[in-house]
Design a protein around this ligand. Structure first.
Ligand SMILES: Cc1cc2nc3c(=O)[nH]c(=O)nc-3n(C[C@H](O)[C@H](O)[C@H](O)COP(=O)(O)O)c2cc1C
Length: 161
């Protein structure tokens, strides 16, 4: 099973989650590639059995240029382009199995969810959604809350089944 995980991450927390999800998938024999949305050439997903997209939640949804600049002003890595831009260039994904994840600093409805926003866009590409998960961080810069990396690994393993 070939899995492509595409992420963006300003402070590294979403990237850590991606690493744990990849570990879970690999534990079930999956062949996993993790790429940063900014460095991924063209959004190609040929030969990919499962496409995972992950991003930090900004302003209740997907990061954009203004929120990324705010993150950088708070000490995050400068991010030139991310999942929103990657998705804009993505061709139709009819029937492709996809799953989305995000990191959130708040719990519940009022945190919003980048993963939900990504899922909505992927549905417009006619993809088949296999799952969506949010992982909690302790504040804007993190760190991830206790147990979240273990939960991410289990989620990855479950996605491989
Ligand atoms: C500009 C900005 C807006 C944010 N808005 C939200 C939000 O609406 N809901 C939320 O739960 N977290 C919000 N956060 C916190 C992010 O979710 C947190 O920085 C992120 O999960 C860390 O992931 P990263 O290390 O991959 O960047 C915001 C952070 C920034 C910088």
């Amino acid at each position: 099973m070939n899995v492509l995980i595409v992420i963006e991450s300003c402070f590294g927390n979403t990237a850590q989650v991606a690493g744990a999800v990849a570990t879970g998938l690999r534990s079930r024999g999956a062949d996993v590639t993790v790429v940063d949305a900014a460095s991924a050439d063209a959004p190609a997903a040929e030969g990919v059995d499962l496409l995972l997209l992950g991003a930090p939640t900004h302003n209740m949804g997907l990061p954009g240029p203004a929120s990324r600049a705010q993150a950088a002003a708070k000490g995050g890595h400068p991010v030139s382009s991310g999942i929103a831009e990657w998705l804009e260039l993505l061709p139709g994904q009819a029937g492709r199995r996809v799953a989305t994840f995000d990191t959130v600093a708040g719990r519940g409805f009022f945190s919003g969810s980048a993963a939900k926003a990504i899922e909505k866009r992927l549905r417009r590409h006619s993809a088949t959604v296999a799952g969506r998960e949010s992982f909690l961080v302790g504040g804007t810069a993190g760190p991830l809350a206790d147990g979240e990396l273990a939960r991410a690994e289990l989620w990855g393993a479950a996605l491989a089944s």
